[in-house]
Design a protein around this ligand. Structure first.
Ligand code: UDP
Length: 472
């Protein structure tokens, strides 16, 4: 049930806490924010999750679930003002389209402010995806605190903060101000901190400023994984950094395992314990046909069982489809190819899965680590390069498919080698698996009652209950 208004000593009635969450529209980013909404509402605190009409369809499942569990969670559909901004349209470059999407969301500032002002009580706080820096103006205008939710690892957020602070001009190869050594090639540096895309410059600066201006940051991680980086980030920002994750373990994990009856799971049921390598590159990264062939041959040559997710958009060419069918025929019994979307959490929690080849999106890495599955890393873009450094170099639970970041000469031999290294025996591979199991235990410990993420959420909610803002 929702918390009743709080009686203070002076008998002033403070409004009950209420959080307004503003996710970045788009699959990979909305999911953790939706999980966070459930987490907060699960404590009986009122949550409004803001969305656009297009995105609302994706959240229908969540809305039903919340209603079923009687959570004080509502989905608020904001009208999306029509475009009249002179922005270029119809670019074929995927990164351009992504930027245009991010920029188009700035138009939600007016509708969000109107929504907040329409409420009988001022909300306690806005929680904004850090890629929505336009919420800074809304929070200031209505006079309520604002926390940012940063999607990637805390390690990445700290690297990015330090690089921005100490200046990008040096363009050195060592990330400054880190408690561990982080060294990138020049190309990787440019791809990781987006300096290779000048069109993004202004937006990237606004995101950074939005994080610096916030009253604190929320990260989807846990102290047992990133404690030193959470501490350093907190010191760097001079604001609280709340490690509350892994978000998905609280709600979707059990659900995914309980309901999934798909053919994929039936196939996994036939395989031996920890023998299958799962291969999936997230919701955005796209393989060229050439890369697709190398991945396929590499998996085939490794001789190990594999479960490989290929996107519809990667199979538009008839040649690619034919090639995949031929591969399927040759590897029947060894491999399974899933076309489109796979139930990733159910797959990673299956006992047959012993490794995960990933593009190092933070959600994927967290899902893997929280299930005790070590990874093969093949980053494509942005924060993924630093997430790779974290899991390979710092945490010791990953094998890079190529020595850091250089995927120019990616060939099947590298893939086959990485699969053998990860899935094989030997002391190094065993140690990797042991560490990963330990992080799995810690992840579950963190979200259990009394665990660090659970306690952090309690502290965070309390900080808004007792110093809640009064009406003007
Ligand atoms: N995902 C999934 N099935 C797929 C591909 C992706 O369920 O076939 C989910 C995955 O579990 C993760 C998210 O989509 O939660 C991808 O997020 P991530 O941060 O790893 O990468 P992004 O898609 O943002 O690049």
């Amino acid at each position: 049930s929702t918390m009743a208004p709080v009686e203070t000593e002076k008998s002033i009635t403070l409004p009950p806490p209420h959080f307004v969450l503003v996710p970045l529209m788009g699959q990979g980013h909305t999911t953790p924010m939706a999980d966070l909404a459930c987490l907060i509402a699960g404590r009986g605190v009122r949550v409004s999750l803001v969305t656009t009409p297009v995105n609302a369809a994706r959240l229908r499942g969540l809305a039903d679930r919340a209603r079923g569990a009687m959570l004080p969670l509502e989905i608020v559909e904001l009208p999306f003002p029509q475009a009249d901004d002179g922005l270029p349209r119809g670019s074929n470059d995927n990164s351009d389209n992504v930027l245009q999407l991010f920029l188009s969301l700035y138009r939600l500032a007016g509708p969000l402010e109107a929504y907040v002002r329409s409420l009988p009580w001022r909300p306690s706080c806005i929680i904004s995806d850090s890629c929505n820096p336009w919420t800074v103006g809304v929070a200031r205008s209505v006079g309520i605190p604002r926390l940012t939710f940063t999607g990637p690892s805390c390690f990445y957020s700290l690297c990015d903060f330090n690089v921005a602070k100490h200046g990008l001009l040096h363009n050195g190869v060592v990330v400054p101000g880190m408690p561990v050594r982080v060294e990138l090639s020049k190309d990787t540096w440019a791809a990781a901190f987006l300096t290779c895309m000048p069109a993004w410059g202004k937006f990237v600066e606004e995101v950074r400023e939005g994080i610096r201006m916030a009253d604190g940051a929320m990260v989807n991680t846990f102290l047992g994984l990133e404690e030193q980086f959470v501490a350093c980030y907190e010191a760097a920002l001079g604001k609280p950094v709340w490690a509350l994750g892994p978000f998905f373990l609280n709600s979707r994990d059990e659900e995914a395992r309980a309901v999934d009856q798909s053919a994929v799971i039936a196939w996994l049921d036939m395989m031996d314990q920890s023998t299958v390598v799962y291969v999936c590159f997230g919701s955005l990264a796209q393989m060229l046909p050439k890369q697709l062939y190398e991945v396929g041959h590499g998996l085939e040559d490794s001789g190990k069982p594999f479960l490989w997710v290929v996107k519809e958009s990667e199979m538009v060419l008839p040649e690619a489809q034919e090639w995949l069918q031929a591969l399927e025929a040759r590897t029947a019994g060894q491999g399974l190819i899933v076309r489109g979307w796979a139930p990733q959490i159910a797959i990673l929690s299956h006992r047959a899965v012993g490794g995960f080849m990933t593009h190092c999106g933070w959600n994927s890495l967290l899902e893997s680590v929280a299930h005790g599955v070590p990874v093969i890393t093949w980053p494509h873009f942005g924060d993924q390069f630093l997430n790779e450094w974290l899991v390979v170099d710092v945490l010791g639970v990953g094998v890079p498919v190529m020595p850091f970041g250089n995927d120019k000469a990616m060939v099947r031999g590298h893939i086959a080698r990485a699969v053998s290294e990860l899935m094989g025996g030997g002391a190094v591979a065993e140690e990797r698996r042991r560490k990963c199991k330990e992080y799995k235990e810690r992840a579950h410990g963190a979200i259990a009652k009394g665990g660090s993420s659970h306690e952090n959420l309690t502290l965070l909610l309390h900080s808004f209950m007792w110093s809640g803002s009064k009406e003007e």
